[in-house]
Design a protein around this ligand. Structure first.
Ligand code: STX
Length: 317
């Protein structure tokens, strides 16, 4: 079903590493048409890394598709590193990539944490963005973190929640993000990996209306799980490195003029629709699409279909 909606798989025509700090080197890949309209794809997590399917959301004849592994994940090094790893470091990396590739303006595409980062980047550098395609809106506010990692989503997925609670003793369950942070930054590899897997599988188990084993297996790999869980938990512990809880909504007026689409699954449990709704209220000119039969994942057919409609439309911006 999904295969029929997306463009066929393609290999990158260019791949390189860029040194972005004393310690971090990031992996950058380009797909599609070198002379096409440029789009930067911002992946989720933070800490999720590139997945091959991401390029398939864009017509390869029309787009120059740029995808990179954010600091500490995928092929970027050092793996799962938390030092010098903040929202504002990533925003500055995106600018470095743009300059390195001699791109003047581009479309920014991001879902979930990718939407958080897309908003952070476009608010900081609005003149570089000619369009925004946002999905599964995540504004990294306390109420969103509490809902998913402390209480709320637990009522909808009590079965998966039981497994998420497993590595944490009852006396520490009143602050699960703090309890996980302690374990994810432990010197003991067993403790770290056990926590990383439980944290990541919780997210994978709740991402789709119909859960597939494929996404769960992805996090069976301890390396992938460790980058994802450590980096996510580090960003959440630090409140996304934002000056205030609603910083993105408070500053969204700076991108009022940029052509924007917001695509949101009605039954998104990871990033519940209230955030997309509030963003849309602050960006009344944006196209707003609620996909009635979808959850969080960009691989759900309704979400994928709507995203492709807009990547086709935005390729001529
Ligand atoms: N994190 C949501 C997020 O960005 C709160 C996200 N959820 N799953 C993913 O990203 C992957 C697709 C990278 C697994």
């Amino acid at each position: 079903m999904l295969e029929e909606i997306l463009y066929p798989p393609i290999n990158p025509y260019n791949q390189f590493f860029l040194n972005v700090s004393d310690i971090h080197t990031i992996n950058i890949e380009e797909y599609g048409n070198p002379d096409g309209s440029p789009v930067i794809f911002l992946h989720g997590g933070p800490g999720g890394g590139i997945e091959p399917i991401y390029a398939q959301y864009f017509n390869p004849e029309k787009w120059r598709i740029i995808i990179f592994d954010q600091r500490g994940c995928g092929k970027s090094t050092p793996h799962a590193e938390l030092e010098e790893n903040t929202t504002w470091d990533l925003v500055s990396d995106i600018e470095k990539i743009r300059e390195e590739l001699s791109i003047d303006t581009w479309v920014v595409f991001g879902g979930s944490w990718g939407s958080t980062l897309s908003l952070s980047y476009s608010i900081t550098y609005p003149s570089r963005c000619k369009g925004l395609i946002l999905r599964g809106i995540f504004l990294l506010r306390k109420k969103e973190i509490d809902w998913f990692y402390q209480e709320g989503a637990s009522y909808i997925y009590p079965d998966a929640w039981e497994k998420y609670l497993e590595p944490i003793p009852v006396e520490e369950q009143n602050d699960l993000v703090a309890a996980y942070y302690k374990r994810l930054t432990s010197d003991n590899e067993n403790i770290r990996v056990k926590a990383a897997k439980a944290w990541s599988i919780w997210e994978a188990s709740t991402s789709k209306l119909y859960t597939s084993n494929k996404s769960l297996h992805h996090f069976g790999d301890p390396k992938i799980a460790e980058a994802f869980a450590r980096i996510e938990c580090h960003y959440f512990t630090n409140k996304g490195f934002f000056k205030s809880d609603s910083w993105l909504l408070e500053n969204v007026n700076k991108i009022y003029h940029i052509p924007t689409v917001i695509v949101q699954g009605r039954y998104d449990v990871v990033c519940p629709m209230v955030s997309a709704w509030e963003l849309h209220k602050c960006l009344p000119k944006a196209n707003f699409h609620i996909i009635q039969d979808s959850g969080h994942s960009m691989t759900e057919p309704g979400i994928a279909e709507c995203l492709l409609k807009y990547t086709d439309k935005f390729s001529s911006l």
